[in-house]
Ligand binder design. Structure first.
Ligand code: C2E
Ligand code: MG
Ligand code: MG
Length: 697
């Protein structure tokens, strides 16, 4: 530490280096005191001999002529007799004390204080050197410095007070926590940083405990300079003075306000939905459990409901998640208003809500609530400037009628909800035992469908499309059919959604692509003119990486030109921004394959999206076509869609044309093509070939 370090060995080497010179007076004791009275002399002698300090007398030649036992010990017994050896340390000025730092042979620092004073030694001038070992004191001092530095830099606030509570010392962290400067704090009493609103503990008890010498630990509410209060975890330890009284108190404060806030938030997160602030599924299940216990006590019933927004996924996919969030929030607000204080509305996830009605006296009352819930969807929801019409499907299970277990009740309510959805949505259904049977049937159908591909039970029906200008059949839409071994013909509406939900749509989709290419070759071989064959691809398939590959390899295998195919996609798929669906659409279009937007007008796509979307054909949904001649609004929509398609250079196809009146209306509006029962139902391939051959318009 700044001072010159002397290697003890060097000092003693200096001593070793010389041959011991015989002392002029071969005696270890201080002799030149003959003039002193004997008693005093012997006291001095004892003092020197027993002193812990080392005494050495150095003569004018720098040789040690006297040393006491402490000096021998100091130099480690390395030198048996120091006398006559050279003393290697430089003296300071007479009488002054010089700090000396040595290194012992085993490398430990040793701190000495050396004072030198001129003395007379047997008539000659000599120097009396006193060396005091201050290593221990130095260590203590260093430790104190370290402690202070540690407290100073500690992240927790530290302050020391006296018995009167006056602040005697503070660290930076306390200054930061309280907003006062250190100087301000040193002028203050500890009470002044206490908030006064009591905090956790009673001050009298704390003082008594501290005065008994016991540390105190607990929560306190403190106040910052700006008046804001904070909660701190504080430990105060009494420190006794030399008289043994507890006169200083060291307090360490940790500001835990932030931690408490995050804890609160975590509790909220684990129980509540962050978007709506409604209870989440966990909390809903807890409440359901509690509600069942309460209902038992009073002999009441509980209605457990699950509500799912219809087409919520489609909204999320086509308009984006922010839009989906708006819908969820609006629904949550509207339905909340209908709840009594004893009811619970929870968000279970996605577009799923849970509703708990307690104290239900009769199920008719529950039905009334459900109707009111459905009614509140009547008003469209405004999202990004568009008005969306949203529906919801609800399923209800009743306690104790249907089951007594929360999980079973939830499953039953869900089942009922699926039934409501399967029957067109925006409705509610009570759970009944038959639904379990429906589920078993579904499972059976699924396993049948798995075998259907290999058993050759699937086939494609073709529905012709007529060009209204050339009056020729220019294409057909392939529609899947399943001839079930026992049920007979099953329509796509009865198994495509099932196939989509269980993943079977992928092998089925793969089969369709191969089959349509094969069939197209058959049609050519049968002598039919070049036809564009459209087929439906579901969203699940579009989100598969290899869709593009599948289509291209089927085309390559059969040698069909890309113009031979047309892929029908729904608006939902078309509007998916980014992702694999978009990538597949882009790659297919780039390869020259035509894409049609199916069921146009029923989805949530905005018309402006059409401009940027690489679709070649627009299929006006049958529901609008059906209104031609009956509903002025539908006619206007058809007109508008046809005009829109034309302005974008798209081919407009009208679906579901059943009457010649509808056809004439469409022809007058310059619609390009029609498809529907007026021309033909979807036909098996051989019938289709015959139809095209015989078609004369
Ligand atoms: P889509 O693609 O809109 O097909 C048109 C549906 O309207 C067909 O019903 C067709 O038979 C029916 N249709 C055609 N003309 C008329 C008409 O004049 N009046 C009436 N009332 N209906 C008409 P289908 O075959 O039952 O198919 C229903 C839906 O199933 C299809 O709607 C399509 O979304 C889906 N689908 C059919 N085949 C496949 C397929 O191979 N793959 C996929 N992923 N979905 C398919
Ligand atoms: Mg279609
Ligand atoms: Mg369609």
């Amino acid at each position: 530490m700044g001072r010159p370090q002397h290697d003890l060995r060097a000092v003693t080497d200096g001593l070793y280096g010389r041959r011991p010179v015989a002392p002029r007076r071969g005696d270890e004791s201080l002799r030149d005191d003959s003039h002193r009275p004997d008693g005093v002399q012997s006291i001095y002698r004892r003092l020197v001999e027993h002193s812990r300090d080392s005494f050495l007398v150095i003569d004018g030649n720098g040789l040690i002529v006297f040393c006491n036992p402490a000096a021998k010990t100091l130099f480690g017994g390395t030198v048996e007799n120091l006398q006559g050896r050279h003393f290697g340390l430089p003296f300071g000025p007479d009488g002054a004390s010089t700090p000396i730092e040595l290194v012992t042979p085993d490398g430990q620092p040793q701190f000495l204080e050396m004072s030198a004073s001129a003395v007379s030694w047997h008539g000659d001038t000599a120097t009396l050197v006193v060396l005091s070992d201050v290593t221990n004191r130095r260590e203590r001092e260093t430790l104190t410095e370290i402690h202070t530095a540690a407290l100073e830099t500690a992240a927790n606030g530290v302050f020391i007070t006296d018995r009167a509570g006056k602040i005697k010392w503070v660290n930076d962290a306390l200054a930061q926590m309280t907003g006062y400067t250190k100087d301000e704090l040193l002028e203050m009493n500890a009470d002044q940083i206490k908030s006064g609103d009591g905090g956790a503990a009673d001050t009298g008890a704390i003082t008594a405990q501290l005065n008994a010498g016991k540390p105190w630990r607990g929560r306190v509410i403190s106040r910052r300079k700006n008046g804001e209060s904070y909660t701190a975890e504080e430990t105060t330890t009494p420190i006794s003075d030399s008289a043994g009284r507890w006169s200083y108190f060291v307090s360490v404060q940790e500001d835990i306000s932030e931690r408490l806030r995050t804890q609160d938030q975590l509790v909220r997160l684990s129980k509540y939905d962050s978007l709506t602030g409604l209870p989440n599924r966990n909390q809903f299940m807890d409440r359901l459990q509690a509600a069942l216990v309460r209902a038992d006590r009073v002999g009441a019933a509980v209605a457990v409901m699950v509500m799912d927004l219809d087409n919520f996924k489609a909204i999320n996919n086509s308009l984006g998640h922010a839009a989906g969030d708006v819908v969820i929030k609006t629904v949550a607000e509207r339905v909340s208003k209908l709840m009594r204080t004893t009811d619970t509305l929870a968000r279970l996830g996605g577009g799923d809500f849970g509703i708990l009605l307690e104290n239900v006296t009769d199920m008719a009352a529950a039905s009334r609530t459900v109707r009111r819930i459905l009614d509140c969807f009547r008003l469209p929801i405004k999202v990004e400037g568009q008005l969306l019409k949203i529906g919801a499907s609800l399923g209800i299970a009743a306690y104790p009628k249907d089951d007594t277990q929360p999980a079973a009740l939830m499953r039953q309510a869900e089942l009922a909800m699926y039934q409501a959805k399967a029957q067109g949505g925006h409705a509610f259904k009570y759970f009944d035992r038959d639904m379990d049977a429906d589920i078993r049937q579904r499972v059976q159908l699924e396993s049948d469908l798995r075998r259907a591909i290999d058993n050759g039970e699937l086939w494609l029906a073709y529905q012709p499309q007529l060009d209204l200008v050339s009056r020729r059949i220019v294409g057909a839409e392939a529609l899947i059919r399943w001839t079930h071994p026992t049920r007979g013909l099953v329509g796509p509406g009865d198994f495509i959604p099932l196939a989509e939900s269980c993943g079977l749509i992928l092998p089925i989709g793969d089969w369709i692509i191969r089959e349509i290419c094969r069939q197209s070759m058959e049609f050519t071989r049968a002598g039919l003119p070049d036809l564009q064959l459209g087929f439906n691809v579901s969203g699940v398939q579009f989100r598969q990486r290899d869709l593009f590959q599948q289509v291209m390899s089927s085309l390559n295998r059969t040698g069909l030109p890309v113009q031979a195919l047309d892929i029908e996609i729904t608006e939902t798929v078309a509007m998916e921004r980014g992702g694999l669906a978009q990538e597949n659409v882009d790659r297919l279009t780039a390869a020259g394959i035509s894409i049609s937007m199916d069921d146009f007008g029923t989805g949530y796509s905005s018309l402006s999206n059409l401009q940027t979307f690489p679709v070649r054909r627009l299929k006006v949904d049958a529901s609008f076509v059906r209104g031609i001649g009956q509903n002025r609004d539908d006619e206007k929509i058809v007109e508008a869609v046809v005009r829109l398609g034309q302005s974008l250079g798209l081919t407009v196809v009208a679906e579901g044309v059943e009457s010649s009146g509808q056809m004439d209306f469409l022809k007058d509006r310059d619609c390009d093509e029609i498809q529907g029962f007026l021309l033909s139902k979807p036909l098996p391939p051989t019938d289709f070939i015959r139809f095209v051959e015989n078609f004369h318009h």
